[in-house]
Design a protein around this ligand. Sequence first.
Ligand SMILES: Cc1cc2nc3c(=O)[nH]c(=O)nc-3n(C[C@H](O)[C@H](O)[C@H](O)COP(=O)(O)OP(=O)(O)OC[C@H]3O[C@@H](n4cnc5c(N)ncnc54)[C@H](O)[C@@H]3O)c2cc1C
Ligand SMILES: Nc1ncnc2c1ncn2[C@@H]1O[C@H](COP(=O)(O)OP(=O)(O)OP(=O)(O)O)[C@@H](O)[C@H]1O
Length: 544
Amino acid sequence: MEASDHGSSKAVGELCKRYSGPQETRQSSGVAIMWFRNDLRVLDNEALFRAWKFSEVVLPVFCLDPRLFGTTHYFGFPKTGELRAQFILESISDLRSRLQQRGSDLVVRYGMPEQILPSIVEGVCASTVYAHKETCSEELLVEKNVKQALKKLTFLKTDLKNALLPAQGSVNARLELIWGSTLYHLKDIHFSPAKLPDVYTQFRKAVESTCKIRSCFKLPLSLAPLPKDMIDKIGGIGKIPNLSELGLTVREQSASGVMRFTGGETEGLARLEDYFWAKDYLRSYKETRNGMLGSNYSTKFSPWLASGCLSPRLIFEEVKRYERERIANESTYWILFELLWRDYFRFLSIKYGNNIFHLGGPRKVVQKSWSQSKDLFEAWRNGCTGYPLIDANMKELSATGFMSNRGRQAFCSFMVRDLGLDWRMGAEWFETCLLDYDPCSNYGNWTYGAGVGNDPREDRYFSIPKQAQSYDPNGDYVAHWLPELSKLPKAARHFPGKDYIKPIVPLKFGMGGQIHRDSRVFLGGYQKDSRKSFQNSRASERRT
Ligand SMILES: Cc1cc2nc3c(=O)[nH]c(=O)nc-3n(C[C@H](O)[C@H](O)[C@H](O)COP(=O)(O)OP(=O)(O)OC[C@H]3O[C@@H](n4cnc5c(N)ncnc54)[C@H](O)[C@@H]3O)c2cc1C
Ligand SMILES: Nc1ncnc2c1ncn2[C@@H]1O[C@H](COP(=O)(O)OP(=O)(O)OP(=O)(O)O)[C@@H](O)[C@H]1O
């Protein structure tokens, strides 16, 4: 594993101070609960800030929802693989210590939020539960259930021994949901979600020219300690389970990975400190971002962004500081350009709802012949397709939970266009494996790559030989993940012939354009459509 020298703890401490605020006066009384979800951070966390600001005591709670360890919707893969599960556990543990450093703590429970939160609310007589708003149907259902469960709770203030509450009257705890996962606030983008443009460039230009990014929310460095009797009353702080207690196999990220991804805000900030400031890689990001090998071709922020350990607004403010203190160039802009893709997919998930999970995607494309061939899928999933670039990417994903953006695009195109497989099999397998799995970015990118996404012009075929030639010309990447290829001359590593597994299907384009006559066996009628869409795609605007 390439050394990922993290920013020093002193520098991270300075970052924390920079994004923490003065000891302001609080504006209310009573107890508030901060329900952490995919926002496992202290800095720039509006829900936590509000919970603190509008209460006298804020009780932070995390519920480890067993549904997270169920199976994916159509194909029954594990919903959360071991590597991401470990990343989440590390993030919770880090969140707890960061809250403890500020004098507070984190209550952790294993169970469904709609069952756990009401009993805690009742136990501590809280009047408000603060949380960040999500957008996909599984998360929305949990929000609805929590809301309903809280509604059913009515307790008398006089019943309470809690001296913080004034006597008399009944209390209804409410759920206050706050938007907080994107760079641009939903309320600031001047489009109602239903009117969101289907072409990214239109969205980006409109947003960049008319909207402002809000400043980070700054929580004071010291929060009030949690009253001991309150914690006793709810049965203690709770232990963070380990992987085996969750019924999962303990597995380490492979040492061959681009870096060791450790969950938690502290590690996310350390990565930012290292990439931007200590190593100064930000200045050349645009030139390196399409790499596949090594820790520094791209930021690797995605796992921390997906779990909310890093706030995109904080990244934005650090980019702006870098531009003031070092250099403003295309690279510093390009990080924001990519973060805006993340926003875009999040907003699109509101516009298209469950359609992002359906075979026809946001555009409800009707295409008769998606294959669900088990053999082809197993070959793809096990990295045994006979195409080194594809196989190496799959080996990386399985061993580390990470894959470069370049790899993901080629991988998705190969699966959908060369194998003709149902794209949802790939998307659900990514859901299992990715450390940075995020429903909006994952299903958004898959539908986009499969040609069923929001943008009608996007239907792009990635030629594997061309990708190999452009992004791994010496075969270093494939030799890294498929060591048996390292003994071959560099020029032969992508075309190893009899020295490697026989390709399971011929490529449709890019190998002199031949289509193997047996390909219909696997591809059915898909082949014809694909030719057409390939031609269309050449005319369409390219993602860089
Ligand atoms: C088929 C497919 C599935 C994907 N699934 C996910 C996913 O589940 N979660 C996820 O975070 N990203 C996903 N991506 C997007 C992208 O591949 C990763 O965000 C990126 O590779 C993460 O590496 P990085 O942090 O070094 O990215 P950088 O190049 O450093 O980019 C900075 C940040 O910008 C955002 N970003 C960059 N590209 C994209 C993009 N295409 N879509 C959305 N956000 C982007 C990410 O938050 C990323 O961390 C997917 C892409 C494809 C093609
Ligand atoms: N955050 C998420 N991550 C992964 N999958 C999700 C998420 N949110 C919703 N889904 C999936 O998308 C599915 C699509 O929802 P929808 O209600 O349309 O399906 P359904 O009607 O239950 O089934 P079908 O699509 O087979 O008709 C959900 O059932 C759920 O499994």
